[in-house]
Design a protein around this ligand. Structure first.
Ligand code: GRF
Length: 227
């Protein structure tokens, strides 16, 4: 008889809409996770409603109520740790965390960024892709490290940029891919297949290349390489 692993406790941090959160809520069981809490630094984030509707504790920690980053991060860490998660998922969380906070969650904090990192770190990625005339764009799931958007990549989804694409077009197509790759990365972590060793993501014991696993859209088929 094989022992079944209990679902991994996950805390999701958001600041807004929460479409990535919804993708995780919708597949908690197949992903092997239990979302223990959703925490938002913005009281009006729509993602809080998504959590409540799914019966998940929805917590607000408004950064404007704290005198500085240190106080906010201390409160945030205490709140997260009260749920004892094995993984913290940043899903559109728009606060920069202090290096000490990030270090506390080393190897168990993931983020998703709407670009093919290391290209276009920071904000307004879709606009910058159009301005730069890039022919490919996408999203990256990566471990969080102290340097912004610079942690080891786990998985990237790539999309072609069409000549008549607008910022909104790119955002829609990239976000559709995000909702595929983020659950996959979370599942890998929850099932013990994904680790951070040094600054390299390791999947099934194999160090991943700098861009992580590549998620290609091939017509209607989705293929993963190298796994
Ligand atoms: C996503 O595009 C993600 O890549 C970025 O913020 C956006 C969040 O969207 N970090 P949502 O709140 O999950 O809908």
């Amino acid at each position: 008889m094989t022992a079944t692993r209990p679902p991994a406790a996950v805390v999701v941090l958001i600041s807004g809409n929460g479409s990535n959160l919804q993708a995780l809520i919708d597949s908690q069981q197949p992903l092997g996770i239990r979302i223990a809490a959703v925490i938002s630094n913005c009281p009006d984030a729509f993602g809080l409603q998504r959590a409540s509707e799914a019966g998940i504790p929805a917590r607000i920690l408004d950064h404007r109520q704290y005198p500085d980053r240190t106080h906010f991060d201390t409160a945030l860490t205490a709140l997260i740790d009260a749920y004892d998660p094995s993984l913290v998922v940043l899903a559109g969380f728009m606060r920069i965390l202090l290096p000490t906070t990030v270090a506390h969650y080393q190897g168990r904090m993931l983020n998703i960024h709407p670009s093919l990192l290391p290209r276009h770190k920071g904000l307004h990625t879709h606009r910058r892709v159009l301005e730069a005339g890039d022919r490919v764009h996408g999203a990256t799931v990566h471990f969080v490290t102290a340097e912004l958007d610079a942690g080891a990549a786990v998985i990237q989804a790539r999309i072609p940029v069409r000549q008549d694409d607008t910022e909104a077009d790119l955002q829609n197509r990239v976000q559709a891919q995000e909702r595929l790759i983020y659950p996959k990365a979370v599942h890998w972590h929850a099932s013990g297949r994904l680790q951070l060793k040094g600054n390299t993501a390791v999947l099934d014991g194999t160090p991943l290349p700098p861009q992580g696993v590549t998620h290609q859209q091939d017509g209607t088929r989705l293929t993963l390489s190298p796994v």
